[in-house]
Write a protein that binds this ligand. Structure first.
Ligand SMILES: C[S@@+](CC[C@H](N)C(=O)[O-])C[C@H]1O[C@@H](n2cnc3c(N)ncnc32)[C@H](O)[C@@H]1O
Length: 204
């Protein structure tokens, strides 16, 4: 999907996201924020969307969120203001393929339901690895393509609808595993979705 398709798709999703896709993806966000809350320091959430996770981050963290969609971000900003979420330091409009942050700036980087949406997921993973500190963690929650069974068939027949849906239902996990600086330390299923924790290799 290119950025124009993402912009128009998430402009359409923004007003209804929290009550629809946002509901069925809630468990994954909870698992991710629980995993992050045991750490400290700076957290980057890439593709923060309408900010459904923001109130679940512990108050001792310093959270930055970025998203390409102005309409999704506007909803995240409203939640931060209405709920007084002091752990959220900054919400910025940005393309995940070129993150405007220095190398090693964040202790933790989180991407939930993002990697099957972005153009060039390999480039996004490389940026995630760059802005994560050596020894820091990366948490990915996403749906990945099945090899066999009814779900695999549904993913294949719905694949041409990616532009309309706003994500690729048949996204292969291998596309996010090629980054040398990121080692998978934990992987577990979460219903339709998968939780993956990676660690950025420490500098030699
Ligand atoms: C399925 S939503 C997930 C939102 C949020 N992470 C959640 O758990 O509800 C995908 C988000 O990725 C954002 N996105 C897509 N491509 C992007 C890009 N290149 N850079 C930044 N954000 C992007 C979309 O605007 C959308 O808000």
């Amino acid at each position: 999907m290119d950025l124009n398709a993402i912009t128009s798709s998430y402009r359409r999703w923004a007003p209804v996201y929290d009550g629809t896709f946002g509901k069925i993806t809630r468990t994954g966000r909870r698992r991710a924020t629980e995993a992050v809350n045991g750490s400290s320091g700076r957290v980057l959430e890439v593709g923060v969307g309408t900010g459904l996770s923001l109130s679940d981050y512990a108050p001792h963290l310093e959270v930055t969120g970025i998203d390409f969609s102005d309409e999704m971000l506007a909803r995240a900003r409203r939640k931060v203001a209405e709920e007084g979420l002091s752990q959220v330091r900054e919400l910025r409009q940005m393309d995940a393929r070129s993150l405007d942050f220095p190398d090693g700036h964040f202790d933790t980087v989180v991407a939930m339901y993002l990697v099957s949406v972005v153009p060039e997921p390999e480039r996004v993973m490389s940026e995630i690895a760059r802005v994560c500190k050596p020894g820091g963690q990366v948490i990915i929650i996403n749906h990945f393509a099945r090899e066999t069974g009814l779900l695999a068939w549904i993913e294949r027949v719905t694949a041409p609808l990616a532009g309309w849906l706003g994500w690729h239902p048949d996204f292969p996990k291998a596309r996010i595993l090629g980054e040398d600086a990121l080692q998978v330390t934990e992987e577990r299923p979460l219903g339709l979705f998968t939780f993956i924790r990676m660690q950025k290799t420490a500098a030699p």
